[in-house]
Design a protein around this ligand. Structure first.
Ligand SMILES: Cc1cc2nc3c(=O)[nH]c(=O)nc-3n(C[C@H](O)[C@H](O)[C@H](O)COP(=O)(O)OP(=O)(O)OC[C@H]3O[C@@H](n4cnc5c(N)ncnc54)[C@H](O)[C@@H]3O)c2cc1C
Length: 417
């Protein structure tokens, strides 16, 4: 029996493993299906990682390397090339690797399986079925890990960070990126990526546009891009035709939760990840989750911090050192689409409760307001700018929540200029 089993060795799993060891757990197992540790970071060879955590600008593999180095000084057992197939509510983990199929048990489990990309089928783009249509992350893996340039004339659908970063990467490798096309009136990527990956390379960003036809067989040779109205319906006679051989799709990520479902964990239909408490525990006692499997993060630094929280809570669970009497639900209002966590244990063991959320529209000068059951503001955080592409965070002082009952509501309100 392990004290703790961690599934997935991206930044979430690595940070959780190191933290759990430092918190005193003795028998920890880290399981990874890939042959290398590091998760998605191994294909992110650009810099921009670690600015918050290490106060340095690292590449993805360097960021992962910092944790892998630390892991070497621990007695954490690592099983790579091992796929977890199932988890049950009683913490039995079923896995397969070259030694065969086996079941193992952990007193606690941390889920850190990351997320997967949405594909062409998910948004049903019409047109022929020629080759040359890739998700941006797949193209990134081919490019950065296998040394394979997927095309020469590229159109990118979606302005998520992976698409933006691939626009720059393909350009640097000699391909021509003709356009980045975004259905929303705003980009879903980080502002810094729009500047550094599109504007610096004169790559046009078409907001409120989408691809309405992909042409060419056996290889893509054209795409049709149309303007859309406020209900995302293509506007007739607004079509532009691009001669290209490749389409990259950066149209969203979905938390990887097949295992969470098999364990009977309650998922949030908004995040598509487990509903979690403030300590990252899921609805199943002793099973915790962190990183992109819970919500899609922009920054690996935040993933590592969230994993630390999950690992400390898992250690407390194994060491049977916790006290929980009451609970508060976190509801959303207005343009806030979800919060993580979705509920809070009382009394709180930490001085601050960190809450992250996204909105479904852009705000200028505004305030994030947390209100109690009676609608009274418990706390308020001013913001100059909020965009759906950037994960928002607030920290609520625990002492403000001591006498609160049933639920809190998180909303964003516009502030007068
Ligand atoms: C293209 C791109 C660019 C990015 N750029 C930046 C940036 O500039 N700066 C920044 O801070 N962040 C950036 N990020 C974000 C950051 O990389 C991610 O948020 C982070 O890697 C998520 O960490 P994770 O551990 O949750 O998931 P992952 O890194 O995806 O790791 C999950 C791991 O779980 C394993 N796994 C899944 N299922 C199983 C199973 N059943 N059995 C065993 N193992 C399993 C996977 O193989 C994987 O290794 C970028 C992300 C992408 C995709």
């Amino acid at each position: 029996m392990y004290d703790l089993i961690i599934i997935g060795a991206g930044p979430a799993g690595l940070s959780a493993a190191v933290t759990a060891y430092e918190a005193g757990l003795e028998k920890i197992l880290l399981i990874e299906r890939d042959s290398e540790l590091g998760g998605i970071l191994n294909q992110c060879i650009h810099n921009g990682f670690g600015l918050h955590l290490f106060k340095e600008e690292l590449t993805g593999p360097e960021f992962a390397g910092r944790f892998i180095e630390k892991l070497r000084d621990t007695n954490v057992e690592v099983m790579s090339d091992t796929m977890v197939l199932d988890i049950s509510e009683d913490h039995t983990v079923s896995l397969v690797n070259s030694s065969g199929y086996q079941h193992i048990k952990g007193k606690a489990i941390i889920l850190a399986m990351g997320c997967r990309e949405r594909t062409r089928g998910a948004i049903a783009i019409p047109g022929s079925r020629g080759s040359g249509v890739y998700t941006a992350g797949t193209a990134q893996r081919y490019m950065n890990m296998d040394g394979y340039l997927v095309g020469k004339r590229i159109v990118i659908l979606g302005s998520g960070d992976i698409g933006l970063i691939m626009a720059r990467r393909m350009t640097l490798e000699g391909a021509k990126v003709l356009a980045c096309v975004e259905i929303n009136p705003y980009s879903s990527g980080l502002q810094r990526n729009i500047k550094q990956c599109l504007e610096d390379f004169d790559i046009p960003l078409y907001l409120s546009h989408t691809i309405t036809d992909i042409r060419g067989y056996p290889r893509v040779n054209q795409v049709v891009v149309s303007k859309v109205d406020e209900k995302f319906r293509p506007i007739a006679r607004s079509e532009m035709v691009f001669d290209c051989d490749t389409v990259l799709l950066s149209i969203g990520l979905i938390p990887e939760n097949e295992l969470s479902k098999s364990a009977g964990i309650v998922l949030d239909p908004r995040t598509k990840g487990p509903r979690v408490w403030e300590n990252m525990e899921t609805s199943v006692d002793g099973i915790f989750a962190c990183g992109n499997v819970v919500q899609v993060h922009d920054l690996a630094d935040n993933v590592a911090a969230e994993a630390k929280k999950a690992a400390l809570a898992a250690a407390r669970y194994v060491q049977q050192n916790r006290q929980q009497d009451g609970e508060l639900e976190l509801k959303t209002a207005g343009n806030v689409t979800y919060t993580v966590p979705q509920h809070i244990h009382l009394p709180l063991s930490e001085k601050l409760v960190e809450v992250s959320f996204r909105t479904n529209r852009v705000f200028g000068k505004c305030a994030v307001v947390v209100a109690d059951r009676e609608g009274n503001a418990v706390c308020r955080y001013s913001r100059e700018y909020i965009t759906p592409g950037e994960l928002q965070k607030i920290s609520i002082p625990a002492k403000l929540l001591e006498d609160k009952e049933e639920y809190l509501t998180v909303k964003v309100v516009e502030e007068q200029k």
